[in-house]
Write a protein that binds this ligand. Structure first.
Ligand code: CDP
Length: 254
């Protein structure tokens, strides 16, 4: 979001700078189970974003004072790699932004993981942004949800994330970095795919109630596509196995 006078024109003749219409998403691909040593993992490419998520646990919550005798605690670390953008992310530890994003993503998963099944334990979610181009917290939620699902940790829902925003008088979906920086509003959202509950909603800039409602509707529509990509990624390895055990394959015992 910017109030500067010299902001670039982000929509020309109805098209965004990368050629998308207001309701068009960037290309997304998700792969599950990409790391051998984590309990669960996934990798997402979402436009130019490249993000890896890994899950550890449930394991004993340490230090002890962080544990909850009633349920598992979720710990989340979102971090941008030093080389992930033109800005330097290498010299310092957590900053205000990464602390905030880690917190809001943790809250998403606190609301979907069935934590009561693992009292006294912790579930750690690591989100490593390897390349960033706007919308990394939404893509981070989407990929972390797949990583959690691959770990077998029970959840009541598989959330997805996506951002919506306002450019001039247009409501647009899935803002990239330049749009995020110069839009009139940027609203990252996370939604439970099954129950439709809004699990994260932040807003930078101004939108009217009607504009926010329209943005949420656009996010929900995009959500059906994102959710399918998540479940396809989860089914992926099993689909490959079943293809391998083709009935015509002579190596398969009858
Ligand atoms: O990534 P997301 O849209 O969730 O968060 P943001 O704070 O609105 O940042 C928008 C984009 O600006 C990021 O995705 C990065 O591409 C870039 N950015 C960056 O490279 N370094 C920062 N310290 C902050 C933002």
């Amino acid at each position: 979001m910017s109030t500067s006078q010299d902001k670039p024109q982000l929509i020309i003749d109805g098209k965004r700078l990368d050629g998308r219409g207001p309701g068009d998403m960037r290309r997304i691909s998700i792969e599950a189970n990409v790391l051998k040593n984590a309990a669960g993992s996934a990798y997402i490419e979402w436009g130019n974003n490249k993000i890896l998520a890994a899950v550890y646990g449930p394991r004993e919550a340490l230090p002890k004072h962080t544990s909850d005798p009633e349920k598992a605690v979720i710990k989340c670390r979102y971090q941008m790699a030093p080389f992930s953008s033109l800005e330097d992310h290498g010299r310092t530890g957590p900053n205000r932004r990464s602390t905030e994003i880690s917190k809001v993503i943790r809250e998403v998963f606190e609301n979907v993981v069935i934590r009561e099944q693992f009292p006294g334990s912790e579930i750690s979610i690591f989100i490593e942004v390897l390349q960033a181009d706007g919308g990394t917290r939404a893509a981070g939620v989407t990929v972390a949800a797949v990583a959690l699902a691959t770990s077998g940790i029970p959840m009541i829902d598989i959330p997805y994330g996506v951002s919506v925003g306002k450019i001039g008088d247009q409501i647009v979906i899935d803002l990239n970095k330049i749009e995020d920086n110069y839009s009139d509003a940027d609203v990252p959202i996370a939604i439970g795919a099954r129950d439709g509950k809004i699990l994260l909603l932040q807003m930078d800039g101004d939108m009217t109630n009607a504009e926010i409602a329209k943005g949420i509707r656009m996010a929900q529509e995009a959500g059906s596509v994102i959710s399918k990509l998540q479940t396809d990624a989860l089914r992926g390895p099993y689909l490959k196995i079943s293809e391998k055990y083709d009935a015509d394959d002579p190596s398969v015992p009858k």
